[in-house]
Ligand binder design. Sequence first.
Ligand SMILES: [Zn+2]
Length: 69
Amino acid sequence: MFYVLNKNAQISTGNHKIHTIFCKRKPDCKNIIELHGVDNFMTALYEARKYYPCVEGCKYCCKEVRLKK
Ligand SMILES: [Zn+2]
């Protein structure tokens, strides 16, 4: 399994969502950054923060961790 990052921030929170590639709610491929070589959510979070400071897991596919500031 690997993860993708939404290039567009959520309008409500300003966070960029992390999804698994299997998530039905992940954005169009042109709006995602693929997080290669990532096989768990914590690593996905770490990698995603290299792109954007404010990231969070999708509550549908990344239920391991639901980050709140
Ligand atoms: Zn998702």
